[in-house]
Design a protein around this ligand. Structure first.
Ligand SMILES: Cc1ncc(C[n+]2csc(CCOP(=O)(O)OP(=O)(O)O)c2C)c(N)n1
Ligand SMILES: [Mg+2]
Length: 708
């Protein structure tokens, strides 16, 4: 007789596993246990040089959950991922290779034990930032829904992760969008050494699901069949469009949080707790049950154990025999580079129209949505009546709410979701209406979007673009107007683009969406108003560095985004004083391609870099340092920087006027650098001030009426 599950809320009906599945689950649990015991035994040799978070004791949760999935279903997981990876069909050899840092590892040695990525097994990612993989899971599920492939995603996480906002944001999103996802919480009672009751109020963990309008299942996580049946039920609900669910499995880890040892002596577990859970060992219990039901006997158990042990021995042998990665490859795969990239040219007679940068962005987006079903736009207000300063006007009406997806105020969650969708083959265009709002998503950007290609040894790609808008003006002040390009440019693996013209706004956005890498597309609100001749066709421009916008001999000036427009005014005024400059618009501020700039400095001997954002640790700091290193012998004067002072943006008009740099400041700096005489400098300044003072200092355009 099959025993009764104590677990509540299981309406399994047709979900009970058959005999073959039952034996396979036993085998899978035993395999995981013996693999991890082998890791523990060999860890002291100090050759597996990465942290290991073992799941000894927790095998039933991993195995029951994964056995309930189909082969093509996907899993995202955490630092404690060995069991999930193996249970989902991952390669033992690739896993052990990764732990040993060898080329045959899942990530070729770039990830270690906490990064077992393997598309063949449907393990999209394991991320050791607590909670971080859960929004990714929502994104993989979104891709499955958009691709209508009938797939389901299961997101494993621990009780500790339930304390992270990202998890709740992901649950809210999944519920709202009815994503085909199963949230699977392994409650092992601890986050490192801190017990659940010291971290969370005394309530059922499944109540979190209730708060997000989801069904929850509470199961005995040492009972593999209870886990299987609950997950199967949840997966059916996900697959048939009913929606997401949360499965809470009570389980227990037998060894230390990180490492191979018993840690009972540390005293953080109540006395006798570990022993009592060991008595409920999921493998021993299940073996007994299957023996009673004549599905296992001594011979079969011995055979299964011998096969597993032989496989383990071979995996360790192959890992040790495999080569270590070539140190010469250490910088490979920071960015995805296609073997062949389409070349797009703009002919002189290209049919064009004079439009604004905002209109260019809208036109590019409309083209992308119309021509590529993988593209979707996502953000707060993407369907709002004002159309994000006109950049999305009418798109939701034309393409519908499934392509222009309105978001709750959950920047980290929806950015992570978009990253997950990109990992699963979609091409999201994310919009954050202010740069500062995206700071809430920095975790997803820095830890996931930027690293996935590198860590996966070039296998994963994250083709995602984030449009971030800097809202300078009309008193937007400290929390709505920064550009922070230097912050984003600090993160390897992210490209950062700052258009300054209408044509670039359109063509660089198309190029960014074509690039195949995560791209931050930093839009300055004042550039939105810049008008110019823009090709009617959608012509993507590669993200390939600076463009010379003025030619001259006196100095080399480098600017970006809105400050390019101020610098152009300065350059044109200077030309009337016989001081012509080579002016570069950076366009792509990370990675920085300084070849043409260095060439120019070797001609002019003088350099000024004008930052739109902070001077302190800004782009100018980096450019000046690099040029000083590469062009030292050619410099006729110390290079200079001009940018924002290192303090928050003030709101009041007069304070903002004192904060921001203008064409007058740019021209003065160049005049000084070039040794222009005092009279000429005075007259130059007066000329530019007259133009500047005719305009209000705090609005992007004379036609502008507040508020934004
Ligand atoms: C955002 C973040 N904070 C802290 C840590 C350090 N840390 C690593 S694992 C862990 C415990 C997480 O507990 P839980 O989610 O229950 O997973 P378990 O280790 O129990 O499987 C912590 C706090 C981290 N990796 N990420
Ligand atoms: Mg835990």
């Amino acid at each position: 007789m099959k025993r009764q599950h104590s677990s509540q809320a299981i309406r399994a009906f047709a979900n009970e596993p058959g005999a073959a599945t039952r034996v396979a689950m036993y085998r899978s649990m035993l395999r995981i246990r013996r693999v991890e015991e082998a890791i523990a035994a060999k860890y002291a040799e100090q050759e597996m040089r990465c942290p290991v978070h073992l799941s000894i004791g927790q095998e039933a949760a991993a195995v029951g959950a994964c056995a309930a999935l189909e082969r093509d279903d996907k899993v995202v997981t955490t630092h404690r991922c060995h069991a999930h990876y193996l249970a989902k069909g991952g390669s033992l050899e690739a896993m052990i290779g990764e732990l040993y840092g060898r080329v045959n590892g899942t990530c070729g040695g770039r990830g270690g034990s906490m990064h077992l990525f393997d598309d063949r097994a449907g393990v999209v990612a394991s991320v050791p930032i607590v909670g971080s993989s859960v929004p990714l899971g929502a994104g993989v599920a979104l891709a499955q829904k958009q691709q209508k492939n009938g797939g389901v995603t299961l997101s494993f996480f621990g009780d500790g992760a339930l304390e992270e906002g990202a998890v709740h944001e992901a649950m809210n999103l999944a519920s709202l969008l009815r994503l085909p996802i199963v949230f699977f919480l392994e409650n092992n009672l601890y986050s490192v050494y801190t017990r659940l009751d010291a971290r969370q109020p005394n309530r059922a963990l499944g109540d979190a699901a209730k708060a997000h309008g989801m069904r929850s299942y509470h199961v005995d996580g040492t009972d593999v069949e209870a886990v299987y049946e609950a997950t199967r039920d949840a997966a059916v609900r996900a697959r048939t469009g009913v929606g997401p669910s949360l499965v809470v499995a009570d389980t227990y880890r037998f060894v230390e949080h990180c490492g191979p040892a018993d840690d009972d002596a540390l005293g953080y577990r109540p006395q006798g707790e570990l022993a009592s859970w060991k008595e409920r060992c999921p493998i021993v219990a299940y073996e007994g049950e299957l023996r009673r039901e004549k599905l296992l006997d001594d011979a079969l158990t011995a055979q299964v154990t011998a096969e597993i042990d032989a496989e383990i021995a071979a995996a360790f042998e192959r890992a040790l025999a495999a080569e270590s990665p070539d140190p010469a490859t250490v910088a490979d795969h920071v960015f995805y580079t296609p073997l062949v990239r389409a070349v797009h040219t703009v002919n002189a007679d290209e049919p064009s129209s004079v439009i604004s940068a905002a209109e260019g962005i809208r036109a590019a987006t409309e083209h992308l949505l119309a021509t590529d079903p993988r593209v979707f736009v996502v953000g707060e207000g993407v369907n709002d009546p004002k159309g994000i300063f006109g950049t999305t006007s009418g798109l939701a009406q034309r393409f519908g709410e499934n392509r222009c997806i309105e978001m709750p105020i959950a920047e980290n969650g929806f950015t992570g979701m978009a990253i997950g969708a990109a990992l699963a083959g979609q091409r999201p265009l994310v919009i954050h209406q202010r740069v500062e709002f995206c700071l809430l998503a920095l975790e997803q950007l820095a830890n996931n979007a930027a690293k996935m290609h590198y860590v996966s040894n070039g296998r994963h790609r994250v083709p995602i673009v984030l449009r971030l808008i800097s809202g300078r003006g009309w008193g937007q002040g400290p929390a709505h107007s920064q550009t922070l390009e230097n912050l984003f440019a600090l993160i390897p693996g992210l490209k950062v683009v700052m258009p300054s013209t209408a044509a670039d706004a359109k063509s660089l956005l198309l190029g960014a969406m074509d690039d195949g890498n995560p791209v931050i597309f930093l839009e300055h609100r004042w550039v939105h108003y810049a008008t110019g001749s823009v090709p009617n066709r959608a012509i993507p421009m590669p993200l390939d560095g600076p463009r010379k916008v003025r030619e001259g001999k006196t100095a080399t000036v480098v600017a970006s985004s809105y400050m390019t427009l101020e610098a152009i005014q300065a350059a044109d005024a200077l030309a009337r004083y016989d001081a012509s400059i080579d002016l570069f618009d950076l366009r792509v501020v990370s990675p920085l391609d300084l070849g043409a700039i260095e060439e120019s400095v070797r001609e002019t001997g003088r350099l000024l870099v004008v930052d739109t954002g902070f001077s302190h640790l800004g782009l100018g700091a980096e450019i000046v340092a690099r040029v000083a290193e590469s062009c030292h012998g050619w410099l006729k004067a110390p290079p200079r920087r001009l940018g924002l002072a290192h303090h928050p943006t003030p709101s009041a008009r007069d304070l903002a006027g004192a904060y921001y740099k203008t064409s007058v400041d740019v021209a003065s700096a160049i005049a000084e650098l070039a040794g222009l005489n005092a009279a000429a400098t005075r007259s130059l300044r007066a000329e530019l001030e007259a133009v500047r003072n005719a305009l209000p200092p705090d609005v992007p355009n004379p036609t502008f009426r507040g508020p934004f």
